[in-house]
Design a protein around this ligand. Sequence first.
Ligand code: E4P
Length: 217
Amino acid sequence: MKFFADTADIADITELAATGLLDGVTTNPSLIHKSGRKFVEVVAEICKLTDGPVSAEVVALDHPTMMKEAEILRKIADNVCIKVPLTIDGLKTCKALSDEGTMVNVTLCFSANQALLAAKAGATFISPFVGRHDDNGFDGMKLIEDIRLIYDNYAFETEILVASVRHPIHVLEAAKIGADVMTAPPAVIKALFNHVLTDKGIAGFLADWEKTGQTIV
Ligand code: E4P
């Protein structure tokens, strides 16, 4: 499963890139706001930190203006992936951009039928929001299971990008289902390293090592 970082924070992206874990980045208007940076500038900077897809979201609601915005965004770098909402105009934009060979991430997906529509429109990625689904009393991982089944039934190439990931269990469940990608805030990716027995093991080994009186360097 590929790991994307769901952030526009350059320091966090730089740190994750150094671990070799980073396969791409997703941003959205809220994350751009949080970064306090100019949209085009920060996306350009992120694109230099990873060879993987970097999602940049259009904000227009109509197809012609979405295309104009996408035109500006896709010129930033070859690895920009245009993010569009799951609406009729969003999918018209998805179809037009995909036909031209531009990567498209269809976002704000909350049903398997919506995911089916996005695949038929040629989406590179579909982004079902599991956390927001759970928050509203639905089962986010059931949605991922349903999309996996449907995409496999028809051999759609659209990749399932599990979004709105809130904790390590979301990552585990998404991987068990066979999602292609997950995007998570850096704090959730870092939490995957944590285990009390790892910490306890290190402490025990270091205590015994100290008793040997040796050094390696
Ligand atoms: C990803 O592309 C989405 O922008 C993101 O995962 C949304 O997450 P949230 O529900 O935590 O805002």
